[in-house]
Ligand binder design. Sequence first.
Ligand code: SF4
Length: 411
Amino acid sequence: MSTEVVAVSAVSAAQQPSPSTPTQQNAVEKVNLLGMSRPQMEQFFEDMGEKKFRAGQVMKWIHQFFVTDFAEMTNISGKLREKLEKIAEIKAPEVVHKNYSKDGTRKWVFRVGDGDGSLVETVLIPAEHRSGLRRTLCISSQVGCALDCSFCSTGKQGFQRDLDQSEIIGQLWVANYSYMEDVPVADRERSVTNVVMMGMGEPLLNYDAVLNSMRIMLDDFAYGMSKRRVTLSTSGVVPKIDQMVKDIDVALAISLHAPNDELRNELVPINKKYPLEQLIAACQRYIAKDGNESSRKHVTIEYVMLDGVNDHPEHAQQMIKLLKNLPSKINLIPFNPFPHAPYGRSSRNRIISFQKTLSDAGFVCTIRQTRGDDIDAACGQLVGQVADRTRRAEQWKKKIAQSNEIMRSQG
Ligand code: SF4
């Protein structure tokens, strides 16, 4: 694929400050307003002795006009702006690397924390849709991940820490801002149309920060996104799915990847704690929850296609049985191999045949288009260019060979 890649190193990014780009150096510890939900910002202004409505005004400047300098917030009195300058700031995580692919995919690597070198990734994938151009941003919620899914580049890095609200919402802020750096403030518009909490980390294990960040995404004073366009993707932390159902109405995706407990225990180890029966029951409770114009009409099932591992015809039959009472849409994801990955991508024919089996059984089943291959757009891949610190890759190659041998001998 011919590619036009723009790569910005930490050094060159630091050498080109923009007046509206959040700065990284502040002598005094200031409160970062970027990640505050509306109730949190209202509390902040009340604590300052100011009126609550200031929160909505400032949030609009931050999230709709992408202004980070209080001096540009013209509907706020000069006195209050001066006060804010002294105690607060609007600071997104530092971009240390960015790649823009010719197919429109954009990817950022952020340094988060205080110089501890933690990196997270964010990927934006555009796609034509009947309702117009969709720009879907895949947001990370943790540095690394503790859940250790065997096919996942992020899982190999282990867990380092949770992201805070400003680091989560900051990814959305930067992605939007990337389309309007040169646009006058009055003409700025949000460009990202959809968000999936599906980047690095398990979002339900960083619950409060993710919940408040999604509230900012839905808030009309911030991004004003439709609840159907904000999706939380989980590997299956069952109690937190139930908690989320009570707290917020957004779309739900499940990283299923295996249709039986034995295989899922290997691919997605949290399955040992919350097996499929419990997970499917939680999804049914999510669907059953009432709500005005609820987004809870179906659950999206994500299924990564691993060559010779979970792509046999019997796996498709098991999926049909497993999901028969769950309104769901199935998304088959061709595996994106990374260095030392213990798996390969299923062949195109195998994926199409798997899709046909599910479609014939009445499921809406799509195959995810692979995008941004030229910029390592799969979750955790750029950051995850680390040596596999375990011997899991070798162990898995052996297991796959054994299982294929058994299937062959059974005819
Ligand atoms: S697939 Fe998701 S939950 Fe599993 S290790 Fe990777 S980031 Fe964590």
